[in-house]
Write a protein that binds this ligand. Structure first.
Ligand code: LLP
Length: 429
């Protein structure tokens, strides 16, 4: 593994201790225990400002994809910056509201919205439903009409663009379950336009996640614009274009485009088109806003050096951070504080206590370790805690928001009893 650069707002003191903003991770773990997720507030804010600034004078909305990290503390930081939200369940909408976010600036994506979710979203005054199939469009029209409401909708079109990312997180190919094939969209738009309970407000597309090249974004925007012209010819006027999320981040040695590159790729298409000149552009970034801001802090419990493989067993596992086990993702793991045991330099397998061989956080990591050392898994602010589970009856970690030299516990470590609080013993004989 190549040497890792630290993300913005992460640094080392002269004595080599890892800091997030002005707070040492040793202090965080002393206060909140291990494992713990720690996020830099300044990193989130600066990522947001980078995107926001890249739009310049153009009308836009940044709808943060809540699934990346749905802690209400994080959502409130983004809501205060003026963000809208992209949700995929009624639960996420309830979180947005609990965090002070505005449902009117929220879009609802997802292929399987239930009738209750659609009703709940309309009652809350959702900004737009991103519709992913003809069946869903019909269901929304019927529910809105029952409720005497007009549902703002956008069709999520599938532009058949290869995002060239991991197959599990590529969504814009015609074989994917997402969206409506762009070639089938026109008659559905015409149908929707004729429904009194529907208000056609936009076109939506999201082609995948962790993209490290801008050209698929440009291709998708071009296809969306072709459709926008066909709609205009039929008298269907749009109020926004939603071009999705997906901008990648650096985990190890990726070289993703910057915020400015991404927005420039989109603007190179829409700014040049008179039809789109005054149309607000919406985007749905998740990972870019919160990924680099977060680290999962974990302590080395045991070292098991071996002839073929050497294992560093840490107190975090696949249940706490699923990305390595689920996608084989490489995430940087750096030393964050030293324990008192004997130090050993090896290529370590960094593994957790869960009873599965797939339970690893990293392979072959050249580190000099001692028992009791603290490690930080970087880039863990997105799809880290939000995908964590209680597998092996392991309470999920605490989450801490670092703000300069102070930190706020935005989620406490789960108390053990809470793990079975909803369970009941069956009646005895
Ligand atoms: N919009 C929609 C409709 C999405 O499905 C997603 C992510 C996003 C926006 C945000 O994408 P982002 O900007 O974060 O790339 N668990 C996987 C990632 C799954 C992404 C799912 N959809 C991972 O850990 O890599």
């Amino acid at each position: 593994m190549p040497q890792t650069d630290l993300p913005p707002f992460f640094s080392r003191t002269t004595s080599g201790e890892l800091q997030i903003e002005d707070t040492s991770v040793g202090t965080i773990v002393d206060r909140f225990g291990s494992p713990t997720y720690a996020y830099s507030r300044a990193a989130i804010e600066s990522a947001y400002h980078a995107l926001d600034g890249a739009f310049g004078e153009r009308a836009h909305r940044i709808c943060y994809a809540v699934k990346a990290n749905s802690n209400i503390g994080i959502l409130s930081v983004l809501a205060r910056l003026g963000a809208g939200f992209d949700i995929v369940s009624y639960g996420e909408l309830a979180r947005v509201q609990a965090a002070g976010g505005d449902p009117a600036k929220t879009v609802f994506s997802g292929v399987g919205k239930s009738a209750d979710e659609i009703r709940g979203a309309l009652a809350a005054g959702i900004g737009c439903l991103n519709v992913e199939s003809e069946a869903e469009l019909r269901r929304i029209a019927a529910i809105a009409s029952e409720m005497n409401r007009i549902a703002p909708i956008s069709l999520r079109v599938n532009p058949d663009v290869d995002a060239r990312t991991h197959p599990y997180i590529s969504t814009g190919l015609k074989d994917n379950k997402f969206g409506i094939a762009i070639d089938d969209a026109l008659p559905l738009y015409e149908w929707a336009h004729a429904q009194p309970s529907l208000d056609v407000t936009g076109i939506d597309c999201h082609i995948g996640s962790q993209l490290t090249d801008v050209s698929p974004f440009r291709d998708a925007a071009e296809r969306v614009m072709t459709l926008a012209h066909q709609l205009a010819e039929r008298g269907i006027e749009l109020e926004h274009l939603d071009l999705g999320g997906g901008l990648g981040i650096r985990y190890i040695d990726e070289t993703p485009p910057s915020a400015a590159d991404w927005i420039e790729a989109i603007r190179s298409v829409v700014d040049a088109d008179p039809l789109a000149r005054d149309l607000p552009i919406w985007i749905e970034p998740g990972r870019f806003l919160v990924g680099p801001a977060g680290a999962m802090l974990t302590r080395v419990e045991y070292l098991k050096p071996g002839e073929h493989k050497s294992f560093a067993i840490v107190d975090a596992a696949m249940n706490d951070l699923m990305r390595p086990a689920l996608y084989g993702s490489d995430m940087a793991i750096v030393s964050a504080g030293t324990g008192t045991g004997r130090r050993l330099a090896r290529d370590w397998e960094i593994v957790g206590p869960v009873c599965e061989t797939g339970d690893f956080l990293g392979h072959d990591r050249a580190l000099e370790l001692a028992e009791g050392d603290l490690l930080a898994v970087l880039g863990a602010g997105a799809y880290g805690f939000s995908m964590a589970s209680n597998y092996n009856t392991r309470p999920r970690p605490a989450e801490v928001l670092v703000d300069g030299d102070t930190c706020h516990e935005i989620r406490r470590r789960e108390p053990l009893e809470s793990l079975w609080a909803l369970e009941r013993l069956p009646p005895g004989d």
